[in-house]
Write a protein that binds this ligand. Structure first.
Ligand SMILES: C[S@@+](CC[C@H](N)C(=O)[O-])C[C@H]1O[C@@H](n2cnc3c(N)ncnc32)[C@H](O)[C@@H]1O
Length: 331
């Protein structure tokens, strides 16, 4: 009898140990379904949900970025997506990432530069980025929205003052749900004008793939079943013709920038195309375009192109310049 009891206890503790390992890999629907099986699994699921709600960044950033859903009757305490703090190549659909355990496995690429230019020449200055040193060739910038930083071909390391976007997110932020716009990114402290906020991280796509995904997303978004986060940025030649198009999809895997909503008045963030010495592709980074107060929503303009009123998603930015529909990409 005693032996039987002991065996049952062993089996139970092995089961709960395993549950703690595999439950963090489940998405909210799977977690909800398995939590119905028994009281203890239900408790583990609840603790996973509370860990997920406490940090949208899954421990990848320097500061936790909590979710707040204060909408009465809405039972979704967090939004589910996979996290990458940098640009990444396409992620296989079957890829899973644990979220909601003590061991946050950093399975994604954390190097901000995916493609490097072989034998590129960078700087070798001692104090680049220092305000008293204007001679670093990497900090040369004639256009504020198209800037340069030191990169993989330079001698300096992450402590260099000309690599402000290459560390993790350090400003205090939170993700808050609005009844009409869905989740949005908010300042959880005052952010001064010019401060780096975050990069737009996600899957780098070819233009063909971005167009295909956009069509699928448009259909799902029109039924309210998806909030797509596919950003298309075009770098223009002085002549005005587009010369480079960057497609970053943060819908399935991305960082907290995927929660930034659109504002027709341009919002309070500047979208900066940032090149680094020795890196083939630019990165898209957000800087505060003015002082942003604590609890203010962070927004930027998604662009100018709009489809007709019948097809477009309604815009609820609430600014006096609101066009009524969200910009969309159909090029
Ligand atoms: C990049 S996501 C932003 C995060 C999103 N709100 C969410 O809940 O995950 C873009 C989507 O957010 C919604 N959105 C963003 N700005 C909006 C606005 N001004 N008015 C209405 N919906 C907006 C639209 O559904 C849009 O497709």
């Amino acid at each position: 009898m005693e032996e039987e009891k002991h065996c049952r206890k062993c089996r139970e503790s092995a089961f709960f140990l395993c549950a703690g390992i595999f439950l963090p890999y489940l998405n909210p629907a799977e977690l909800a379904s398995i939590s119905l099986t028994c009281k203890t699994v239900n408790q583990i699921s609840k603790s996973i949900t509370s860990q997920r709600t406490s940090d949208a960044s899954r421990g990848f950033e320097n500061v936790p970025i909590p979710f707040f859903n204060l909408i009465a009757g809405d039972s979704h305490p967090y939004s589910y997506f996979l996290y990458t703090s940098t640009q990444t190549l396409r992620i296989k659909p079957e890829f899973r990432q644990p979220w909601g355990s003590d061991q946050h496995t950093r399975v994604c690429n954390e190097d901000p530069f995916i493609f490097r230019v072989e034998d590129a020449i960078g700087c070798n200055c001692a104090m680049c980025g220092d305000e008293s040193d204007f001679s670093c060739p990497c900090s040369d910038s004639s256009d504020l929205l198209l800037t340069r930083e030191c990169g993989p071909s330079c001698e300096c390391d992450l402590s260099c003052g000309n690599r402000v976007t290459q560390g993790r997110v350090s400003v205090k932020l939170k993700v808050v749900k609005d009844a009409r716009k869905g989740w949005g990114l908010y300042a959880a402290e005052m952010i001064p004008h010019g401060q780096f906020v975050c990069e737009y991280a996600g899957e780098l796509l070819s233009t063909k793939e971005a167009r295909e995904r956009q069509l699928t997303y448009d259909k799902l978004a029109s039924n309210g079943r998806l909030s797509p986060a596919l950003l298309v940025v075009k770098e223009h030649l002085p002549s005005g013709n587009s010369c480079m198009r960057i497609n970053i999809d943060a819908t399935r895997i991305g960082n907290i920038a995927r929660f930034i909503n659109h504002s027709c008045d341009g919002g309070n963030l500047d979208t900066v195309i940032l090149r680094s010495s020795g890196s083939l592709l630019p990165r898209i980074c957000f800087f505060a375009s003015r002082d942003v107060q604590e609890n203010e929503e962070l927004t930027f303009s998604y662009g100018e192109v709009r489809v007709n009123e019948n097809n477009g998603q309604p815009c609820f930015c609430g600014t006096s310049s609101c066009a009524g529909i969200l910009p969309s990409e159909h090029t």
